[in-house]
Design a protein around this ligand. Structure first.
Ligand SMILES: O=P(O)(O)OC[C@H]1O[C@H](OP(=O)(O)OP(=O)(O)O)[C@H](O)[C@@H]1O
Ligand SMILES: Nc1nc2[nH]cnc2c(=O)[nH]1
Ligand SMILES: [Mg+2]
Length: 159
């Protein structure tokens, strides 16, 4: 569970809408030679953007930054980005502290960096994003969520 006081849950529909909005914005920045998806969070947005911009060349940079308890640790690069960066589009789901984005930027200095969501500490590192949320907000992606029942608003209130 997150220790952030605020939460921003994103549904599949919302994610699709935001990835399409980002694609619209990126159209004027291209054409791009290929997409570099930052795993794992960048994979789903990268697939949607690749479809919208008709990009067939997709590569990955494989980075682990947060543990399963949502704590940031040492950055582990499991697979480096390709050498060429000019004309490439980097896609990640979000930028938070900017640690991941900074590391990828170093590997791909001439690429355009796009994320769906951005927090204030990291937003200046990326070139394009759709929605900003406050630093004390934890974003929940649809692949981390499940439908569940919630009690009615008034349950137990008038007992
Ligand atoms: O700006 P930062 O503070 O570096 O955080 C942003 C990164 O954290 C998350 O990835 P994570 O390392 O949790 O891995 P995942 O994509 O596999 O979920 C997210 O997908 C970004 O890549
Ligand atoms: N899911 C998720 N992963 C993150 N990694 C860094 N910040 C976040 C966040 O707000 N949500
Ligand atoms: Mg990630």
């Amino acid at each position: 569970m997150s220790e952030q006081p605020k939460t921003f849950p994103v549904s599949w529909e919302q994610l699709h809408r935001d990835a399409k909005a980002l694609s619209w914005r990126l159209m004027s920045q291209g054409p791009f030679k290929g997409i570099l998806a930052v795993t794992r969070g960048g994979l789903v947005p990268a697939a949607i953007i690749a479809r919208e911009l008709d990009i067939r060349l997709i590569d990955t940079v494989c980075i682990v930054s947060y543990s399963s308890e949502n704590k940031q640790g040492e950055l582990k690069v499991l697979k480096e980005a390709p050498k060429e960066s000019k004309g490439w589009l980097i896609v990640d789901d979000l930028v938070d502290t900017g640690k991941t984005a900074r590391a990828v930027r170093e590997m791909m200095p001439d690429a355009h960096f796009a994320t769906l969501y951005a927090k204030p500490a990291g937003k200046d590192i990326v070139d394009s994003f759709i929605t900003e949320v406050s630093q004390d907000t934890w974003i929940y992606f649809p692949w981390d969520l499940a439908l569940q029942t919630v009690p009615p608003l008034v349950q137990g209130k008038y007992d």
